[in-house]
Design a protein around this ligand. Structure first.
Ligand SMILES: Nc1ncnc2c1ncn2[C@@H]1O[C@H](COP(=O)(O)OP(=O)(O)OP(=O)(O)O)[C@@H](O)[C@H]1O
Length: 531
């Protein structure tokens, strides 16, 4: 082989591997957001594109490992309802858990008289399937699960398929865990949380506190937060790079600290750099360090964040703001696991786990050409999206209680009055949990007695939430005034007076607004209509 053809072969192999990884990443990303049976079943085309299977089954054992049953099936045509239980002691189940690799079974063993296979697989083979390839894995709650792929045409073992199955197991584990947990959470009534005006008695609080051995600082028991916590527990012990997305103040840094504490690197440093807070010209030396004299102002050697985080975790906050030139350099460091200080001529190996966060939609940034696609794929191996507070209002009481205790100082924590909790529940929370914490901390300071009966909410939250002014076409002043008042009223949910009321935002007394509304023919029914 000439060196040119050898090079070409190497290039082809690398490209193939890269494509394979991209395919796996794309599927993992889709799976990461799934919490329901239905959504999983809808993945049929994607799973088929990856495994080329005809049908796919997921079996899950009970906690005692006595029996297992069918949890999910992804079939090309009709779904079969099957509530059967099969014994965990039987050959098929044991075969799968004894093997660290995918196991293939053919019609001969599956159709044997004393077959130990689930009836659903026996039926599949009876109706013409040629192979069932299965792999066992432990869910994070320690139960065993088995994924079985049914093939109508396969005859022998395929190494690439085995690799694909093995590579998807960590994500499958998380997704199945999420589906199980989501099913449980919707069964548990969350209305209890809403119904309780003051979450203060220890027994009530105990019910809301997660039973973690590591003291959880991610406060929240909404289904979304439960899923995120379980994902984090599963992924913490791995070396996976995480991409945490979410609006400002949703807890991206809190999640990073939680993850670092749960990881095997917890005894080492967690180093943070905010890519948006440092001038673009300085980020390179902040990240990678510099040698003395490498540029004017470099009066002594500087150790960069990568080196500082060696052995630990590096938190790249606001990664979406990293300049494009540095994105290329960061990608190289992530691939090669070594850095070169600015002005230096030697490479320094670094062993760092990376966690990235951004409030931007990085996929949009990639499409807009502001963020490199290859870096995006490299850092988004495990994406986590934190919900805004307004989408998990059931967590407000428990968060309030947490902040009442956190900011109590040396005196007993105050209580949040019932009416105040109702007000907090109605607020849009543009600043998310950070804003809630500030509101509670301020209320503690302003309250002399044991119960908080007054709170100050940000003056014009409506404009932060929806600051897009509608496109008013030319019209009379009266029409304009009517439209504008309606627009403001809709953003205040029809509230006229009070701090968050429309009158306050418009800068007029509530009575004046009411008479204007009457004059302009604005009634409540228009306020609730969509624009
Ligand atoms: N789940 C949570 N439990 C308890 N406190 C929280 C939680 N999430 C956020 N907080 C608190 O809210 C504040 C903001 O959190 P954090 O800094 O992690 O948000 P962020 O998403 O990183 O914000 P930004 O994008 O602005 O940097 C912090 O004071 C933090 O303690």
């Amino acid at each position: 082989m000439t060196s040119e053809t050898a090079l070409q072969a190497l290039y082809d192999r690398l490209r193939k591997r890269e494509n394979e990884q991209l395919k796996q990443l794309a599927l993992s990303q889709k799976m990461a957001t799934i919490t329901t049976h239905k959504a999983f079943e809808a993945l049929q085309p994607d799973l088929q594109d990856f495994f080329y299977q005809d049908n796919l089954y997921i079996f899950v054992a009970d906690k005692e490992e006595k029996s297992y049953s069918l949890l999910l099936q992804v079939k090309r045509h009709t779904q079969i309802i099957n509530n059967d239980l099969w014994s965990c002691k039987a050959g098929f189940f044991q075969d799968c858990i004894d093997s660290a690799e995918p196991v293939q079974h053919g019609p001969k063993e599956i159709l044997k008289a004393e077959s130990t296979f689930p009836t659903i697989l026996v039926e599949a083979v009876r109706t013409g399937s040629k192979a069932i390839i299965s792999m066992a894995f432990r869910l994070h709650d320690q139960r065993w699960a088995i994924v079985s792929l049914e093939y109508k045409k396969r005859t022998d073992n395929d190494l690439q398929l085995n690799n694909r199955i093995t590579s998807l197991i960590p994500q499958l584990n998380i997704t199945i865990g999420n589906i199980l947990m989501y099913t449980q959470s919707v069964q548990l009534t969350t209305s209890q949380i809403h119904a309780s005006p003051i979450v203060s008695s220890p027994s009530v609080r105990a019910a809301f506190m997660p039973p973690d051995d590591v003291r959880a600082q991610i406060i929240g028991n909404s289904p979304q937060i439960k899923i995120i916590k379980s994902q984090l527990k599963t992924v913490a012990g791995t070396e996976m790079t995480l991409l945490i997305q979410g609006e400002s103040g949703t807890g991206k840094e809190v999640v990073t600290q939680y993850l670092h504490r749960l990881s095997t690197r917890s005894q080492q440093s967690l180093i943070k750099i905010n890519c948006a807070a440092i001038a673009p010209t300085l980020i390179e030396s902040e990240l990678f360090g510099h040698e003395k004299g490498s540029f004017s102002g470099a009066i002594k050697r500087k150790i960069g964040k990568f080196e500082q985080a060696n052995g630990g975790t590096l938190f790249l906050d606001e990664i979406g703001d990293l300049p494009l030139v540095l994105q290329a350099k960061l990608l190289r460091v992530l691939q090669e696991k070594e850095v070169e200080r600015v002005g230096g001529n030697k490479t320094i190996p670094v062993d760092v786990r990376i966690i990235c966060a951004t409030h931007k939609d990085l996929q949009d940034e990639v499409r807009a050409g502001n963020f490199r696609a290859d870096l995006y794929y490299r850092i988004s191996a495990f994406p986590v999206t934190l919900p805004p507070l307004r989408e998990r209002r059931e967590d407000i009481p428990i968060l309030v209680q947490h902040f009442l205790e956190k900011h109590a100082g040396t005196v007993p924590p105050k209580q949040m009055g019932k009416k105040m909790l109702q007000r907090l529940d109605l607020h849009p929370w543009p600043g998310n949990i950070r804003e809630l914490e500030h509101v509670v901390a301020r209320a503690i300071l302003m309250t002399a007695g044991p119960t908080i009966k007054n709170i100050m909410l940000s003056e014009n939250p409506v404009f932060v939430r929806a600051n897009k002014i509608p496109d008013f076409s030319p019209q009379t002043l009266a029409d304009f005034e009517k439209q504008y008042i309606l627009w403001v009223l809709r953003r205040c949910n029809g509230l006229i007076s009070g701090t968050n009321g429309a009158a306050n935002i418009l800068g007029i007394p509530a009575t004046t607004l009411q008479s204007k509304m009457k004059k302009l023919g604005i009634s409540k029914k228009f306020i609730s209509l969509q624009e």
